[in-house]
Design a protein around this ligand. Structure first.
Ligand code: NAD
Length: 242
């Protein structure tokens, strides 16, 4: 099994915080030369300065010019499509503009970055990992736009895997469950948060470290025969009892 990424160039979108920042460190520790990309250049520059072989780049996944500038002359072997936004709110109170913003970032952004990446991977292959969510497979209240965008990412993952297998490009999706980060720690300490944790068969939230093995597996040649796959990392949340 080969989880080593030495000599591989990797891109992580939305690498200024949360999962993306963590993923960049995991890929760098596996030997990859990582480009951390996000809208706030100063944040990814600071993060990149702490990782061996890492560089930073400005990227807005909703902006075609920004994507073109990043990929101008640059080729990546591994691309982690992680940038995303959440939108909480009742569907009846969600404007079309707000809905569209979520789709633009979470779904169209993934497509645009994947297409740009695949153009540079066509002659020697590569691995694209799209970060979706368990909300792409099941629903909860007040997340219609987010759930729809992530469901779209899963079907997009399969469609691109089919089209690009002939180029040696693998496209897979990770579906994290609820992962504890500083941003949501307060919520999960409330009664509503505790009630959610009780519905997870493993009775705990995910940790950033829980995502490391699945990410490395899909990014590396250890999963050379895996494409179009959707992998949940959720402590069994998707198979919770009805
Ligand atoms: P986060 O807000 O900490 O990170 C999101 C990142 O995406 C940030 O760096 C942000 O700047 C960036 N981003 C947003 N819009 C962008 C744009 N237009 N262009 C470039 N970058 C942009 O959130 P997170 O929890 O780390 O989420 C990362 C990914 O994981 C998202 O796709 C999210 O949907 C997914 N996810 C998170 C969880 C969780 O529990 N945290 C669970 C399932 C899926």
């Amino acid at each position: 099994m080969n989880l080593d990424l030495t000599g591989k160039r990797a891109l992580v979108t939305g690498a200024s915080s949360g999962l993306g920042l963590h993923f960049a460190g995991v890929l760098a520790a596996a030997g990859a030369d990582v480009t951390l990309a996000a809208r706030r250049l100063e944040k990814v520059e600071a993060a990149a300065s702490r990782l061996p072989g890492a560089t930073a780049a400005a990227l807005d996944v909703t902006d075609a010019d920004s994507i073109a500038a990043l990929f101008d002359g640059a080729r990546f072997d591994v691309v982690i499509n992680n940038a995303g936004i959440a939108l909480d709110g009742k569907a009846l109170e969600t404007s079309t503009e707000a809905f569209q913003t979520v789709i633009d970032t979470n779904l169209t952004g993934v497509f645009s970055v994947a297409r740009a990446a695949a153009q540079g991977m066509q002659d020697r292959g590569g691995s694209i990992v799209n970060i979706a969510s368990i909300l792409g497979l099941r629903v909860a209240g007040n997340v219609a736009a987010y759930a729809a965008s992530k469901a779209g990412v899963l079907q997009l993952t399969k469609a691109l895997a089919l089209e690009w297998a002939r180029h040696g490009i693998r496209v897979n999706a990770l579906c994290p469950g609820y992962v504890e980060t500083p941003i949501n720690a307060d919520f999960f300490a409330t009664d509503a948060g505790t009630a959610i944790i009780k519905r997870i068969p493993q009775r705990r939230l995910g940790r950033l470290t829980d995502l490391e093995g699945p990410l490395l597996l899909l990014a590396s040649d250890a999963s050379a025969y895996v494409t179009g796959a959707v992998m949940a990392v959720d402590g069994g949340h998707l198979v919770s009892s009805l």
